[in-house]
Design a protein around this ligand. Structure first.
Ligand code: COA
Length: 331
């Protein structure tokens, strides 16, 4: 009898990350707004974050991370077939940041578009790429989550400015003969859109003197409500992918949650019954880098050998929209 043909799976061939060199510590923030290192650490877990110099763009960070991922995957830019950049802070409303990255990389053959899913961007980008690769439409994809949030933060609002940071994470995806993505989950709830948003700059409030005076070009958030949504959706989503692939929680070597806040992550772990020692966290050094966060965390978890060949890994993200999603993969 012929051996049953294994369903094609899509995996990660290379990872990359880049954060700008400038470090902004909690002590630095104490000089900008009425806050304290102690408040920020105990409420969020964050100790420092990276901020881009003026003039540094999202495509600059995305290019650096993308180039590193291609190198690790041993894929030449000219052979890249699809580039997806997930971001809430594109260089411009158009053209897409992915086209700017394509140009910098010299990835002339690639089809490029941006994806808007806020902090779920990396996970949404990877699931989108997986679908194109499974269908056979493209043979490889470069997925990048990148943000220069520092330009869209109200540095007079202590309830938001302490939370975020700039950075980029990237991965190269392609069909693999072992391991790869076993299950995915995505969800959205537009009813909660105004819990986390940036009102100005789009067609609703195009840039004007008034929009600037009313500070409409900065991120706004109802932190307490976002917190509750994040915990519930991330815990449920992680549960869905485990159930779909019939993998038990105890079999998972590493959980990579969106790096928003240690209290959110600890609550997700508790609610979803995930052992906290298997949950990777690096937000103490980077803050919330939104679309970049889960790919930066995956990169560092692999570098720190928290993930080894054959391990089960769950990435789980949550962001404005609201949006959420998970990926279960075998490394
Ligand atoms: N420093 C000092 N005090 C601060 C502060 C800061 N940076 N930010 C807010 N406060 C104050 C508030 O003004 C409030 O003071 P008051 O009681 O005198 O009004 C007090 O701290 C408590 O504020 P509250 O919002 O209830 O705090 P919290 O314990 O809910 O923590 C967040 C606030 C933002 C840390 C928390 O709600 C959170 O993490 N939310 C999720 C945010 C997030 O991760 N979003 C992205 C998801 S993708």
């Amino acid at each position: 009898m012929a051996a049953a043909r294994r369903t094609k799976r899509i995996g990660i061939l290379g990872l990359g990350m880049y954060v700008p060199p400038k470090v902004l510590t909690n002590a630095d923030l104490e000089k900008i707004v009425e806050t304290s290192d102690e408040w920020i650490r105990t409420r969020t877990g964050i100790r420092e974050r990276r901020v881009a110099d003026p003039g540094t763009t999202t495509s600059d960070l995305a290019f650096e991370a993308g180039q590193r991922a291609l190198r690790q995957a041993r894929l030449q830019p000219k052979d890249v077939e699809l580039i997806i950049v997930a971001t809430t802070t594109p260089d411009m409303l158009f053209p897409s940041t992915s086209c700017l990255v394509q140009q910098r990389l010299g990835a002339t053959k690639a089809v490029c578009f941006d994806l808007s899913a806020a902090c779920s961007g990396s996970v949404f980008g990877m699931v989108t790429a997986q679908q194109y690769l499974l269908s056979g439409r493209y043979r490889n994809a470069l997925v990048i989550g990148a943000e220069v949030l520092s330009g869209f933060i109200d540095w007079t609002d202590r309830s938001t400015c302490v939370l975020f940071g700039d950075g980029a994470g990237a991965c190269v995806m392609a069909p693999v003969s072992r391991g790869g993505i076993l299950a995915t989950d995505m969800g959205s709830d537009g009813r909660a859109a105004e819990l986390l948003y940036m009102p100005g700059g789009g067609s609703k409030y195009p840039p004007s003197h008034r929009s600037v005076e009313q500070r409409l070009h900065f991120l706004r958030m109802n932190g307490t409500e976002v917190f509750k949504h994040a915990v519930r959706h991330m815990a449920d989503s992680a549960g869905h992918v485990l159930k779909a692939a019939k993998v038990k929680r105890e079999q998972v070597a590493c959980f990579i949650p969106h790096q928003a806040n240690t209290r959110i992550i600890e609550a997700v772990a508790k609610y979803a019954k995930l052992p906290i020692e298997k949950v990777f966290m690096n937000l103490q050094r980077y803050g919330n880098t939104s679309a970049a966060s889960t790919l930066i965390a995956l990169y560092e978890a692999v570098e720190e050998e928290r993930i080894r060949r054959g391990d089960y890994v769950v990435m789980v993200a949550f962001g404005a929209g609201m949006t959420w999603g998970s990926i279960l993969l075998q490394w």
